[in-house]
Design a protein around this ligand. Sequence first.
Ligand code: ADP
Ligand code: ASP
Ligand code: MG
Length: 415
Amino acid sequence: MALYVQKFGGTSVGSVERIKAVAEKVKRFRDEGHQIVVVVSAMSGETNRLIGLASEINDDPTPREMDMLVSTGEQVTISLLAMALQKIGVAATSYTGAQVGIRTDSAHTKARIQHIDTDDLRADLDGGKVVVVAGFQGVDDDGNITTLGRGGSDTTGVALAAALKADECQIYTDVDGVYTTDPRVCSKARRLETVTVEEMLEMASLGSKILQIRAVEFAGKYNVPLRVLSSFEDGPGTLIVAEEEDNMEEPLISGIAFNVNEAKLTLLNTPDIPGVASKILGPIADSNIEIDMIVQNVSPDGNTTDFSFTVAKSDFKTTQRILTETVIPSVGGGELRADDNIAKVSLVGVGMRSHAGVASKMFRVLAEEGINIRMVSTSEIKISVLIDEKFMELAVRSLHTAFGLDAESVSDETA
Ligand code: ADP
Ligand code: ASP
Ligand code: MG
């Protein structure tokens, strides 16, 4: 008998029929004698619909009210799934995040889980019940409902699995595992049998929305066996592992991630003196806005320089406001250029550590397609480039082929 936490995403619970199918799947595991905690997302499209309603009423709603609103989507699916389970003879109870004791900090819309109380959960499981928990939500110390950021049900699943020391956390979704890149963008993408926590972390943080980054962090930190599987067909899925066992086979590049949710801001002609970067980025960081890529140009005249950086599109307007109202008056100079038609495309692979020439090959492939690179950033196991958004799919497909990732091709180990 094993304890599984099974998380079903929006598409997997996107209709009454699909909720019934999830109940049947859960029943099969119960019938085999396993203990099951199910975590569900809102029905597909529901969270976006709720956000749309809010924007029709107020273009700058308070984060607390946003959480109150968007957390309702998951409350619908937990109750419907519990009813579906009960209907087929499986004892089940649904709980909101607050009811099940998922304590978070108070950072509304991007809260972090701090503690999970598992006593009540355990009692239900030991009593033979399936526990159905609302993903994506928690409660802060003052009793306010919080949410964990888009895609946060993955994190609820892994955090519950960690707290309960589950045998496996299974993320059921609309693809049958983690692929070399998003199969919706590249039809030649290939499913990976395994992927390391380190690579998955990079892929998630670079835009692959298959798993929320915090979920992968939890899995790494608490050694939670984590598997991504299809809701609709049986198969082994992809196991997220601590380290690849067979390094001989280690490919140079494991995957390609992309992100079209960032925007680029450039301050032209800022004074090239110590302290300017901190004056530009300080007020932005103070507003809890994360900055991603940063480039400061060489100063041609020794007096002024151009300073560019990227933020999430959702923070684009606020960042522009901070730059115009606070930063430019304080640092002096500076014309602002803002561009949200950009995409970041990244190659990820632990094999990159031991190979030179990945960047030059990447740049050559992009050049052959006539794609201009606007910014570059690297780490030990990834290279990211910023390009025009309209070239994103072309860039992903050409790199996928060039680095030997295509489903039918033999892996190309040379850079
Ligand atoms: P869920 O609603 O189940 O949480 P998501 O839409 O959040 O599902 O994540 C699944 C989607 O992630 C897939 O439909 C796929 O388009 C996308 N995706 C992005 N990158 C990858 C990748 N490397 N491998 C598999 N799927 C990916
Ligand atoms: N429903 C939330 C979202 O759409 C959480 C999730 O699906 O994981 O982001
Ligand atoms: Mg998701």
